[in-house]
Design a protein around this ligand. Structure first.
Ligand code: LIP
Length: 271
């Protein structure tokens, strides 16, 4: 088995590929959004750009790290040639696809590298604004050279909390019921439409905390590392890892009160 590269080396690869991919997303949007299809529901959209960007990212990874495996949102898992490196790339070509469709500047290329199942490097690049968040496990989280340390807010009643909603109407109904119970107990709620960016905003303190049910690995792999390396707790309920049941990202002072309310309101439940 080849030696596993250092997280910094994997991060450098991810950053280089994410920047080029973001340029493709920008260019394709400036030209014309085409082939708007739907996936799980009539509002779960995918565009030609999503697919083209993922093909570009996977192709670049194949060239630079042909033996690694890749998991992408649009084309699923792809095995490495020869395999055995233990490195798996987790790719969301355009997180925030509805924002991309509408031209709202909240969509990102998200690329994470996991070694033996543990994410060790990640980049989230806002393709609309050029803002970029990076992290390596144990090496900290950064934006524009500034180390991120999360929010200093300690009271849930003063917390600005980000969240998001699924595409299935029955799930959205349940999520709205959870939100109705949480809303009076926090400063306010924000819904920006891209989990990767929500997690990065929590990491830099422009959100105090974030939670969402129904995320896929590619939605939170890179942004979750950025949040963790900024000192946030990123987990599900009752010590579970972050996953489709629930992702909560909050500074230690806020995590327990937010977690307990989300558990009481059955945020991980429903369809
Ligand atoms: C999006 C997530 C977001 C969620 C949206 C959507 P997509 O991912 O990043 O957090 O609230 O409903 O799932 O579909 O744009 O890649």
């Amino acid at each position: 088995m080849r030696p596993v590269p250092e997280p910094d080396e994997l991060l450098a690869i991810a950053v280089k590929i994410a920047r080029a991919a973001a340029e493709t997303a920008r260019r394709m949007r400036a030209e014309a959004i085409t082939e708007v299809d739907t996936k799980s529901t009539a509002t779960d959209v995918v565009t030609a750009a999503d697919r083209a960007v993922e093909r570009q990212v996977v192709g670049a990874l194949r060239e630079l790290r042909p033996q690694d495996t890749v998991l992408g949102e649009e084309y699923g898992p792809a095995g490495g040639r020869g395999g055995g490196t233990g490195v798996r790339w987790v790719v969301d070509p355009i997180d925030g696809t509805v924002n991309y469709l509408y031209g709202l500047p909240q969509y990102a290329v998200s690329i994470a590298a996991a070694v033996d199942g543990v994410v060790v490097a990640g980049v989230v690049h806002n393709a609309a604004t050029g803002e970029e968040w990076t992290a390596t496990r144990g090496g900290g989280a950064y934006r524009a050279g500034r180390r991120l340390v999360g929010s200093a807010t300690t009271r849930l009643s003063q917390a600005l909390v980000g969240t998001g909603f699924g595409y299935d109407p029955a799930r959205r109904r349940h999520q709205a019921a959870v939100l109705a119970r949480l809303l009076p107990e926090v400063r306010d709620i924000r819904r920006f439409g891209a989990a990767a960016l929500d997690l990065c905003m929590a990491a830099e303190g422009t959100l105090d905390a974030y939670y969402e049910k129904g995320l896929n690995p590619w939605d939170h792999a890179a942004g979750g590392l950025v949040a963790e390396e900024a000192g946030l707790v990123v987990a599900g309920l009752d010590g579970a890892p972050p996953g489709p049941e629930l992702v909560i990202a909050a500074p230690p002072a806020l995590f327990a009160p937010l977690h307990d309310r989300l558990a009481a309101y059955d945020a991980a439940g429903g369809p």
